[in-house]
Design a protein around this ligand. Structure first.
Ligand SMILES: *Cc1c(COP(=O)(O)O)cnc(C)c1O
Length: 370
């Protein structure tokens, strides 16, 4: 039996005609970049998050980059973030000439540890950039409190967490602005790249709109040096269809997570994910810790089960960030997580037989270790 880590074909099979009609409508209109479809979808996502503005951009990475640009982040500024995340959280800071300050994570949720953030704040701190990893939000109250006391902005990297809630409020609405990715493997994925910034701050939203379109409010008049990063109408049309299913898909993932939680937590050498009190996760990834993680990964692969390491090298130890002076041992909790964690198939369409197969194979391997 083969169980893929993510099977987008089974998702597509359920909504094929709606998606194809939506794409066809855009083709008939020949209106491809921004425009009414994108505006409508911006309003939908903002409304879903409970904020006033959405700004559609070309990717989640650009949503982060543009948010930092809109704050005026540049050389001399520091941005506090986590090393245990996708590359572009940190590269967006570097690209603007600012300094990423990476601090360690919470060992249970894998999200940035607010206590560590407190110790890293300096007079140069421009922003805090927490990541809502794997589908659950960071401990935002403590981060927001620290930030507001010192006039520091908070940008949420919510690329893996659209629809997740923290004390009843949606990811993306918890800081000054939130960044989403519509990369195909996210819970809300397009048929290509896409992203969005959501915020309640009108001026910030207006700056983001200007910056995503070469820095001009009026065509051929450029106030600042922006970039080309716009959401296109085909993505917006596809995403608008999928948006209707998002909550159902995410609750299907939570049901699968409950199953694994029940079935895997008794196995020696496996720790299942911890969802902090007050959080509802969308389980973009279902990540366990395992004794002999690399052996387990090999074994599952040999038995046709897709699994992946997110992320094998924490960003403070990446070659491209060596100029920051990060060393092995600096951020031990993130480094340990990178050696022990493994993501398992969690998508909604998994069948009972497939889940049971994943469970059985993990059990067989772990029992063989003793
Ligand atoms: C996917 C992701 C991004 C980048 O999104 P893209 O749309 O691929 O550019 C940034 N941060 C995190 C945490 C992500 O998971």
């Amino acid at each position: 039996m083969e169980v893929r880590l993510l099977d987008l074909i089974s998702q597509y099979d359920g909504i094929r005609s709606e998606i194809e009609d939506a794409v066809k409508n855009v083709l008939e209109s020949q209106y491809f970049i921004l425009g009414p479809k994108v505006e409508e979808f911006e309003k939908t996502v903002a409304g879903y998050c409970g904020v006033s503005y959405g700004v559609g951009v070309a990717s989640g990475s650009d949503a982060i980059l543009l948010s930092l640009m809109a704050l005026g982040t540049g050389p001399g500024d520091e941005v506090i973030t986590t090393p245990y995340t996708f590359f572009s959280t940190v590269s967006s800071i570097s690209r603007l000439g600012a300094t990423p300050v990476m601090v360690d994570i919470d060992p249970e949720t894998y999200n940035i540890d607010p206590g560590q953030v407190a110790g890293a704040v300096t007079g140069k701190t421009k922003a805090i950039l927490p990541v809502h990893l794997f589908g659950q939000t960071a401990d935002m109250d403590r981060i927001n409190e620290m930030a507001s006391e010192r006039g520091i902005k908070v940008i949420e990297d919510a690329c893996q967490s659209i629809g997740a809630t923290y004390k009843g409020r949606k990811a993306g609405s918890l800081g000054n602005a939130g960044c989403f990715s519509f990369f195909p493997s996210k819970n809300l994925g397009g048929c290509g790249d896409g992203g969005m910034i959501v915020t309640d701050d009108e001026e910030f939203a207006s700056n983001c709109r200007m910056l995503r379109n070469h820095g001009g409010r009026e065509r051929y008049y450029h106030d600042v040096i922006g970039i080309n990063s716009r959401l296109d109408a085909i993505q917006a049309a596809v995403l608008a269809v999928k948006m209707k299913y998002l909550d159902g898909w995410s609750s299907g993932r939570r049901k699968n997570a409950e199953y694994y939680g029940r079935e895997l937590s008794g196995i020696n050498g496996i720790s299942t994910p911890v969802i902090a009190e007050g959080n509802v996760s969308i389980f973009n990834q279902y990540v366990v810790r395992a004794r002999d993680r690399d052996g387990l990964k090999r074994w599952l692969g040999e038995n046709g089960i897709g699994c992946e390491i997110y992320y094998p090298v924490p960003l403070h130890l990446q070659k491209c960030f060596s100029y920051l002076g990060g060393r092995e041992g600096d951020l031990p909790i993130a480094e340990k997580a990178a050696k022990e964690t493994l993501a398992l198939p969690i998508y909604t369409e998994l069948t009972e037989t497939e889940k049971a197969h994943v469970k059985d194979m993990i059990k067989e391997f772990m029992e063989g270790l003793d």
